[in-house]
Design a binder for this molecule. Structure first.
Ligand SMILES: Nc1ncnc2c1ncn2[C@@H]1O[C@H](COP(=O)(O)OP(=O)(O)OP(=O)(O)O)[C@@H](O)[C@H]1O
Length: 282
């Protein structure tokens, strides 16, 4: 699988503050890669380095096989979209008029506007004035703007951090559709359920270092305690040991046709993060 991002021994030091230390990872083409960590762990610094806005102190970062220091050339910039929290939308204009302005700025045909508004479910709302939009809608306009020039690689810095669950869900649906179209997504978040629903792989970042990197499912299995959760038809939930020890108990429930569901007792990504780092993801 072709790697779109390759990072080797990356470090960033601001004055006497180490923001990133010995960071290593690759992101494959078409992957949604989650970079998870609490505030101050180095997520935004990583995005800035990978998009050529900031240079590392040491180590290597390549995007599309090109060193990050060379990414400012127009041909590479066009292949990248970055969604961060600096809005840049004209508050008194409609969604449509904002998008038209950006079409001109990016030299993109105006018909592309309707395609991206449709992708984020805003086509019907395009006459609305930006200052009257909810936070979730504004975030979707920003995502649409990021997509105008058809980037192959998207960097999303906490795309749903200020949103309620319903609005987050709409953004998630939009991101899934983008990923189905083959767009590679690098996503930072401190929302573990977001990572779990969207990401093929996640890296846990703590104090500038990657502590774990794997598929969410593999991490949950790895950290499972080996017990089983049996949900019974009468609503009771019992935890039984795995292996031969629990087999008799499970057999008893089964023979009486009492079992509604049975699954391994796996921790959430949030539980694993706390176990590994000793801190919550806030
Ligand atoms: N320009 C800068 N000058 C000095 N220190 C900085 C600078 N930018 C970031 N830092 C420091 O580097 C560390 C990592 O910051 P960064 O913004 O990458 O974290 P983050 O994980 O994105 O946090 P958040 O979730 O709050 O956005 C922090 O300790 C921060 O104070």
């Amino acid at each position: 699988m072709e790697n779109i991002i390759q990072v080797k021994n990356l470090a960033k030091i601001f004055g006497n503050q180490t923001a990133l230390e010995n960071v290593n990872f690759n992101v494959a083409k078409g992957e949604t890669f989650g970079f998870l960590g609490p505030s101050g762990s180095g997520k935004t610094t990583t995005i800035k380095i990978l998009t050529g806005q900031l240079l590392q102190t040491s180590g290597e970062a390549e995007v599309f096989g090109v060193k990050n220091s060379a990414l400012n050339k127009g041909s590479y910039r066009k292949r990248i979209g970055v969604l961060s929290d600096n809005s840049g939308l004209y508050q008194r204009l409609s969604i449509e008029d904002n998008m038209k302005l950006y079409c001109e700025l990016y030299d993109v045909p105006k018909k592309r506007m309707d395609e991206v508004l449709d992708l984020v479910n805003l086509l019907e709302e395009k006459k609305k004035i930006v200052s009257k939009l909810s936070k979730g809608m504004t975030q979707r306009v920003l995502l649409a703007r990021t997509l105008l020039h058809e980037p192959e690689l998207l960097f999303l810095d906490e795309p749903t951090s200020a949103l309620d669950p319903a609005n987050s869900k709409q953004i998630h649906e939009g991101l899934r559709r983008l990923n189905e179209k083959g767009i590679t997504i690098f996503l930072t978040t401190h929302d573990m359920s977001e990572a779990e629903t969207l990401c093929n792989r996640v890296a846990f970042l703590n104090k500038g270092k990657i502590q774990l990197l794997d598929e969410p499912k593999a991490l949950r299995r790895k950290f499972a305690d080996g017990t089983l959760i049996v949900e019974l038809k009468d609503g009771r939930v019992v935890q039984v040991p795995g292996g031969a020890e629990g087999a008799d108990e499970v057999y008893t429930y089964m023979s009486k046709n009492e079992i509604a569901s049975i699954h391994s007792n796996e921790p959430t990504l949030g539980d694993i993060f706390v176990e590994i780092t000793g801190r919550e993801l806030v």
